[in-house]
Each structure stands twice: as C-alpha cells, then as structure tokens.
Design a protein around this ligand. Structure first.
Ligand code: BG6
Length: 486
C-alpha cells in the first residue's frame, strides 16, 4: 500500500447516478481500507444549491444503498462523510470557478477533477477550470462515453487537450481496473509457459464475451443515444482484445503498455460495407425472462421509443493483421438481457496435426483455455484424457484454477483501483488519446453502415444468447460460441 500525498478530489456531477453508484462507494471502500489516508478530502460539486450537511444527508439517502454490506461500517461512514465538503456551482457563470479556486487555495496537495457528468459538460467544465487557472497542476478524470463518434471525440480531446497536458488526463475504462484484467497481464507476462502458446501457430480462434443479464436499468434515455457498439464495443471489448493480443511491452510503464495496445488497435483489419454486412450482427432484446422473472422488451423500457433501432447486442468477427495473429479470427460479443452475466475469454487451440488417437483429437477446441473475468474469476484448461479401461477412448477433462480459493481477503473493485491510481498519479490503466481515437476510427464503418440501413437490429428474446444470426456468424467460420457451465 502506498501512502498518497495530500490531495483534493473535486467531484463534478456529485448528485448524479455515476457518483452515487460507483465513485462515492469506491472512495468509501478505499477510505475503509486506509488507502485514502488522512491527507485527502473530497469536494462534491453539483448545480443544486445545498450545504455540506444537506449533501451528507443526500449521501445517506442515496449512496449508502450502493455499499455492500460486507464493507459497511457505520463509524467509518461518519468519518468518511466528514471528509466531504459541498459546493454548488452553475457552469454558466465563469466567476463561480474563481470561488472554487478560492476554496481550493486553502487545501494543499494535488487537485483531482473528476467529471462524473455527461460529455456535453466536459468542455464547459475544462474552460471554467482554465479561466480560474485550476488546470495548472491538476489531474482531470473523464468518464466514457467520450463522444459518440470519431469527430466528437476528437473535438472533446482537442478542447480538453488545449487546457490539460496528456499526462494530466485520465480517461476511465473501468474494465482496465478489474482484478481479472490485471491477472490477464500476470498470466501472459509473468509465466514463461504461456507465451509460446499465444500465437497463430497453435491458436485456431479466440472468443471474448461480455454478457449481462441486466437491461438498461432506468437509463433508457441515455442508452437510446448510445447502444451497445458505443457503450461496450468501442471501449471495453476493444480494450480487452488489445490486452489479449498485444506484444509484451518493454516495461510496464504507462506509455510502454499503451503503445502496445495501440499497435493492436492499428492492426485491426479495416471494415467496409461488405465485411460489416457479413461479420457484424446487431440485436435488440424483446420480452423474455431472466431466470424465472419476466422482463419487458427494450422498446417497452421507460425513455425508449416503440420504434427504437438501438442495438442492445453486438457480435462481430475481427481480424488482426500482424505477424502473431494473421489468420486467427477473434469473435467478440456483448449484450444486455442475455442468458447469464459472464465476461470471459476463450482461447481455442488447434487440432493435433493428424488424428493418431482418433477423431476426438481432430477438432479444434479440444484444447481450450477459458479465462473467466466475472463472476468467479477463474481459469480452466481443457485437455483430452484417456478413459480408464480397455481401448483408447478419449474424454474431455479440465484443470481448474479458481482465484478466490488462493486469494482471500479484500478484493479491490475496478473503480477503487482506478481512483487510487489517479490519486497516486499512475496512468497505465487509463486510455490514451490515440488509443481511444483509433478505436473510434475502427468502429466508424459499422456506424456508417448501420446509419444507412432501413432494417434495424435483429430481435432476440431476453434471457437467450442473442439473435440466431450471432450463431450463424460463427457457423460461417466452422465454429460456435462456447458457453461454459461453471
Ligand atoms: C458500463 C456500461 O460501461 O459497463 C454499462 O455503460 C454496463 O451499460 C457496464 O452495464 C458493465 O460493467 P460491469 O463491470 O458490470 O461488467
């Protein structure tokens, strides 16, 4: 544990959904484990006029419910609230940023400006900070979505970049803060045995799935403008893909790691209308059931128009044109209201050179490595073994590694890790501008193609694994999605 230097955490959008669900609970967890030390304090900023006491009451009412009972501690909560001050701020009045500067002048240490607001407020907030000269030594944290396409993301990056240097900008992709994603780096670069198996010579295909059971959870209006491509593919899925496929960086420094991820994003084979039509499937959930609970169709969610064409599911085939991965298809999929909440990476190994021990060895995927990111972080390696008894009959068996059996105790959640990294000034787990823009550049032909189509997404029943077209996509390449029983 590193003791942080003094800091003030200025939380813009302090009464919004993100603050109450993610940011404040994560700060509280870090406070309880002592990682925030005594040297930091929080200044919550939002439009509503109220004082610190009223904000504390608001936290009691709204934030408490999002803190898991196993970390709940009444006495710590009281102490945590005592570190939070509140300031109302009207973004339309630049002079209010001078008041903010006066309040911050009394506090020593680094200033962190966390923008838990919609992206339309990023530029006005940065300009306000600039006008009060608060940009000089501060760090700025930006939440996704950073724009809705390449042009809008370039516009935000240009405006923020005119005020803050790139090394002051922390673009959050919370998947990078997940323990399991860190573990993927440990698996690949901390063990000599995996590296020789991590290439086209032995790997037939790779699948990456982020499936959710949840629907849009009251965020229909937001989601309607976003859709799964912008919400999950452009960021979380492409970042996971980059970590799975990147070359070993020469060091674990932020830029060395980010350079390698960028190289993967640059090596993605560009899409055109034909390849989008053939290799990208979009879906939207209809009514169905999650477990035994009936759930409504996406178009019946509050804030969603009945004729919505927004996708809640995307499956796609991606090729990486580089020495290591040429010819290895990567199949990615993500969706809401699917059969199970699971995020995993499935590495299918090639078949044996010829079926010496019979047909069972002649299929790709008999050797398979399944890295489960959530829930129940684990790794499973499938092999073929001889069934006891007469003859040479092979059967699939697996080696299992469940991480929670080895590591007991406190596990950091993604936001907790990322917020501590901001406080400590560690940039490695944040997305650099060029990576982010490259990801937008790559998805642009999908956005353009869909915008020209009259036919919208294909329907799937809530609680299933997406539209049949997602299975047909893999069938074209002679394979199928792997759905593990765990
Ligand atoms: C967010 C998306 O970035 O990630 C949400 O905006 C999604 O729509 C969430 O539900 C999934 O995150 P996790 O950590 O629950 O897998």
């Amino acid at each position: 544990m590193t003791t942080p230097s003094p800091y003030t955490f200025v939380l813009f959008g302090a009464t919004g959904d993100l603050s109450l669900r993610k940011v404040l609970p994560a700060l509280f967890r870090a406070f309880c484990t002592g990682e925030l030390a005594e040297v930091g304090n929080i200044l919550a900023v939002a439009r509503s006029p109220m004082d610190a006491q009223a904000y504390h009451a608001w936290c009691e009412q709204h934030v408490r419910a999002h803190i898991k009972s196993d970390v709940w501690d009444e006495a710590q909560w009281k102490r945590f609230l005592a570190t939070i001050d509140y300031m109302p701020l009207d973004l339309g009045r630049k002079a209010e940023f001078d008041t903010l500067a006066e309040r911050l002048a009394k506090r020593e240490g680094v200033r962190i400006f966390y923008l838990a607001t919609g992206p339309s407020l990023f530029i006005p907030i940065c300009e306000g900070l600039h006008s009060a000269k608060l940009n000089e030594n501060g760090r700025i944290v930006l939440e996704k979505p950073l724009g809705h396409d390449l042009a809008s993301s370039v516009a935000i990056n240009d405006a923020v970049g005119a005020i803050f240097r790139e090394d002051q900008i922390y673009r959050i992709d919370h998947y990078l803060g997940k323990e399991a994603v860190q573990n993927l780096l440990a698996l690949r670069f901390g063990n000599a045995i995996f590296e020789p198996m991590w290439r086209r010579d032995l790997i037939e295909s790779i699948q990456i799935t982020i499936a959710e059971e949840l629907g849009v959870e009251g965020r229909g209006e937001f989601y309607e403008q976003t859709g799964a491509l912008r919400d999950m593919v452009q960021n979380h899925l492409l970042q996971l893909l980059a970590i799975v496929a990147m070359e070993p960086p020469f060091s674990m420094d932020a830029d060395a790691v980010r350079d390698e991820k960028l190289r993967v994003l640059r090596s993605l084979r560009a899409l055109d209308d034909d390849t989008v039509a053939r290799n990208v499937v979009r879906g939207q959930y209809g009514a169905g059931a999650i477990g035994k609970t009936a759930v409504p169709a996406y178009t019946d969610e509050p804030g969603v128009p009945a004729d919505s064409q927004t996708e809640t599911f995307v499956a796609l085939k991606v090729e990486i044109d580089n020495w290591r991965w040429a010819g290895v298809p990567f199949f990615l999929r993500t969706g809401k209201r699917l059969g199970e909440r699971v995020a995993e990476i499935v590495v299918n190994y090639r078949a044996t050179p010829y079926p010496l021990l019979g047909e069972a060895t002649a299929h790709a995927g008999a050797n398979r490595l399944v890295i489960r990111l959530q829930p129940n972080e684990s790794m499973r390696l499938y092999c073929l073994a001889k069934q006891p008894g007469e003859g040479m009959n092979l059967q699939s068996v697996h080696l299992d590694l469940a991480f929670d059996q080895f590591f007991k105790g406190h596990r950091m959640d993604a936001y907790e890790r990322l917020l501590l990294d901001v406080i400590h000034g560690r940039l490695a787990l944040f997305v650099r501008r060029d990576e982010q823009e490259q990801a937008w550049r790559w998805v642009a032909p999908i956005q353009a193609y869909w915008a020209r189509q009259h036919k919208g997404p294909k329907r799937y029943a809530a609680g299933t694994w997406g539209p049949p077209a997602a299975s047909a996509l893999l069938a074209q390449y002679g394979t199928c999605w792997v759905e593990e029983d765990n």
